[in-house]
Design a protein around this ligand. Structure first.
Ligand SMILES: *[C@@H]1O[C@H](CO)[C@@H](O)[C@H](O)[C@H]1NC(C)=O
Length: 259
């Protein structure tokens, strides 16, 4: 597959040789516990490595959307408290479809579709979230919700036991690429959304929240991807934007019956 890039991305890749060393899988910082099962499309994904988790979004009875850098193996649906995950709907990953243009160095297209071994049963606790056909790029200043079982501060070693969420504020891409912010390391492209503090709080995602949803006005707009540290005001969380071309890829992949 041909993977087109922004011209600026190409030039900057030639000019810049700096690799971002510190990245978070992404924790909910400054958040609060959600009302149990109020986000019934939330998936808790367990990686083969102990103590490593990711979030995901159930978008179809058999498909979960998450981040490409998540090494998901087992998927739990209908979980609130991580301790009780075994009593939820448990599935194993049958197939992982990485975005064909995912690049772990410049972090573009950090999306993955996970096919479950068996469709989920729709209950009050488990429901899939239907994706729209049109992408909505949220304007700077928009308040959007993020959720996950990730770490709740920078020093914590443990993840949160319960699902937490916080409102993050969308930050303009120009500002997010500015020297005080990411300074083009990596380049914040049009397929990414920066969102974090409202100027007063430290709202952010952190390790363990990757792959979870960025919901603006209740619609799924992005997937938690990366950041530097957690809750650092000028290093906001970065989300893979579900742009038109990403929605096309998702639809095409999930409609293939042979997978
Ligand atoms: C997010 O913002 C909405 C609307 O302002 C509010 O109702 C909700 O309680 C907030 N959620 C969190 C987790 O702060």
């Amino acid at each position: 597959m041909f993977c087109p890039r922004d011209f600026t991305v190409f030039i900057s890749c030639v000019v810049l040789f700096i690799v971002v060393q510190s990245s978070h899988g992404s924790e909910i910082i400054d958040g609060k516990e959600v009302k149990p099962h109020s986000l019934p499309f939330m998936a808790l994904m367990e990686t083969p490595m102990e103590n490593e988790i990711c979030g995901g979004v159930l978008i179809h009875p058999s498909w979960v959307l998450t981040a490409a850098h998540c090494a998901a193996a087992k998927v739990f649906l209908g979980v609130h408290s991580e301790k009780e995950k075994e009593s939820s709907q448990v599935r194993v990953v049958k197939k992982k479809v990485l975005h064909p243009c995912y690049d772990p160095t410049d972090k573009v297209n950090d999306l993955m579709l996970v096919k479950l071994n068996k469709p989920v049963k729709q209950t009050t606790m488990v429901k899939w979230l239907r994706l729209g056909n049109t992408a909505k790029d949220p304007a700077a200043g928009t308040s959007c919700l993020v959720a996950g079982w990730g770490k709740t501060n920078n020093v914590a070693r443990k993840m949160s036991d319960v699902l937490k969420s916080v409102n993050v504020t969308v930050i303009d891409r120009v500002k997010c690429n500015s020297p005080k912010y990411y300074n083009f390391r990596p380049i914040i492209t049009r397929d990414m959304i920066c969102a974090g503090s409202n100027g007063q709080n430290h709202a952010d995602t952190c390790q363990g929240d990757s792959g979870g949803p960025l919901l603006c006005g209740g619609a799924l707009v992005g997937v938690t991807s990366f950041g530097i540290g957690c809750g650092v005001i000028d290093k906001p969380g970065v989300y893979s934007f579900l742009s038109e071309k990403q929605l096309v890829w998702i639809k095409k992949t999930t409609n293939k019956s042979e997978i």
